[in-house]
Design a binder for this molecule. Structure first.
Ligand code: FAD
Length: 489
């Protein structure tokens, strides 16, 4: 049995802590915050409840797996349902589209509303599922830095399929070649934002992302997204993991480039192994300042961040579903503004999520809890007070125009997050939601690995390391790190 200390209690940490405890190790987790889950926080105001971070839950089996590993029934800890509807789309010219859980229904809707060939859409959804399985075996389920990943039958299958994986094309060009209506292209391009990237730059390989929603499903946990880290925290404690909340780590101590312990504001702790769940940039510059810095990895462009408005509304809107998108008319311009100009434009694409459509207690009777997210650049010192005020005005104008109602009159409770606040609350560099962006074809190889021989006994989990950000990939990072740990230790 080894003593393991973990910096941070985000999803990557919770996954790694549970796996390590199940393997018989003694685990301690330190977080600067007062709660487990990092970006999975919640906001409560005037009778409204909002999940502050993620709103879309995919791949729930990765959470269930942790309970099963521990010999527990996941349903004794948390429940979720598959949503019958995926998303409602709104365009400025009045075009409306609803996509549904059944791929055949989505293909039929895209055919009837956007004029695509139904068979072509259905084939696309099937193909991204097939590609997902090839890619996940190579990139998502394994370390890219282990020889075993690149040898054997699965790797050979991957090599043989390289031409169909879209490594040498951009996501946008691949969709534009495939579909006739620019709106369909826009709809599938949108999925680049699920890892904070630009569809006009990110490789077509990432076209697999909608597979998660369209072929596996969009899910909603009972009690909201916050119930996921709460359930995992409960399981971890039952397995003997000790949590130190409100205890910020100031240094990971090393001797001869080997991690030896953790220093916090409250004390010094010695461990056999450390896992770091904090973003790689502050981890190296602050916690590991004594070690050589992997400059190439640290200098990659950051993923997008978000401005999020949390609005309690005093009425409900039948034309809205759980997930809604109001598209910008100039999608390419929007991404150029974010990634090249590092600012926001006046016609942003708006994502509007309403959890009270499913979880009635999230809003007072007759009202709705609106979570409104716009993609924005990571914090590089922009004037966020001015940008938030401008964005609020533009969002009210756009939603009012599309819904035919002065939405501002119905806001009765209000809060917001911007990149500065996200950074302050979770220590993510620049408030980037997904670590580094994947805006070039080598991005997967330029993510920080889950273990580097340069600092021994130190493992890395979470959204800024391999395989990437988002709840499912953070849980995968924990799985890969635990596998490497079992091999090395
Ligand atoms: P994080 O959540 O980043 O947590 C890291 C933890 O480490 C924090 O608790 C922090 O306090 C702690 N920490 C850092 N430094 C220290 C230190 N020095 N000492 C002690 N503690 C420290 N993902 C989805 O799957 N679906 C979505 O719909 C989605 N939408 C999102 C919307 C928003 C607004 C945001 C912010 C994120 C969204 N994401 C979404 C992304 C997802 O939330 C993240 O990728 C994921 O939660 C990151 O988890 P993590 O393991 O990297 O840890």
């Amino acid at each position: 049995m080894s003593k393991i200390g973990i910096v941070g209690s985000g999803m990557g940490s919770l996954g790694f802590a549970i796996r390590s405890a199940v393997a018989g190790h003694q685990v301690s987790v330190f977080d600067a915050n007062s709660y487990p889950g990092g970006k999975l926080a919640q906001i409560e105001t005037k009778g409204f409840r909002f999940d502050a971070g993620p709103s879309l839950f995919t791949m729930p089996h990765l959470v269930d797996e942790l309970f099963t590993l521990a010999g527990k029934n996941p349903r004794d800890y948390f429940r979720y349902e598959r949503l019958p509807e995926i998303c409602r789309y709104f365009w400025e010219d009045g075009t409306r589209l609803q996509t549904n859980a059944a791929p055949a229904e989505t293909a039929a809707a895209i055919a009837s509303e956007l004029g695509e060939s139904e068979e072509n859409v259905a084939r696309f959804l099937r193909e991204i599922g097939e590609n997902y399985h090839i890619i996940s075996e190579l990139f998502l389920d394994n370390s890219l830095h282990s020889l075993s990943t690149w040898t054997g039958a699965k790797a050979l299958k991957g090599y043989l399929n390289i031409p169909r994986l879209g490594l040498f094309n951009t996501m946008h060009r691949s969709h534009a070649k495939r579909f006739t209506n620019p709106k369909t292209v826009q709809l599938f391009d949108r999925y680049a934002t699920y890892n904070g990237s630009d569809p006009y730059q990110t490789p077509a390989t990432l076209s697999i992302i909608p597979h998660l929603e369209y072929n596996i499903g969009a899910f909603f946990p009972k009690g909201g997204i916050i119930s996921i880290p709460r359930a995992l925290h409960r399981l971890a404690e039952e397995l003997g993991v000790v949590f130190h909340f409100n205890e910020k780590v100031s240094r990971i101590t090393t001797e001869n480039h080997t991690a030896t312990g953790i220093e916090t504001e409250k004390g010094n702790y010695t461990f056999d192994y450390i896992a770091c769940n904090a973003d790689i940039r502050p981890s190296y510059t602050k916690l590991l300042a004594q070690e050589p810095q992997p400059k190439k990895l640290l200098n990659q462009p950051k993923s997008s961040s978000g401005i999020i408005f949390y609005w309690g509304m005093d009425r409900s809107f039948n034309e809205l579903g759980v997930h809604n998108i109001f598209f910008s008319d100039d999608y390419q311009g929007e991404f150029k503004t974010i990634f090249e100009d590092q600012t926001i434009n006046d016609d942003p694409t708006i994502y509007l999520h309403i959890s009270s459509k499913v979880e009635k207690s999230d809003a007072p009777a007759g009202g709705e809890n609106w979570f409104i997210l716009m993609n924005v650049p990571a914090n590089e010192g922009q004037d966020w007070d001015a940008l938030v005020a401008r964005m609020r005005k533009n969002v009210i104008t756009k939603l009012s125009r599309n819904l035919g109602v002065d939405v501002e009159k119905h806001i009765v409770a209000e809060d917001y997050l911007d990149p500065r606040r996200i950074e302050a609350r979770t220590s993510s560099a620049g408030g980037a939601l997904y670590g580094n962006a994947s805006n070039n074809r080598f991005a997967a190889f330029l993510r920080h690995p889950n273990y580097r021989k340069a600092i021994k006994n130190l493992y890395w989990v979470g959204g800024s390391v391999h395989p990437g950000g988002g709840i499912p990939l953070c849980l995968s990072s924990a799985k890969i790190a635990a596998k490497l740990f079992a091999e090395n230790a």
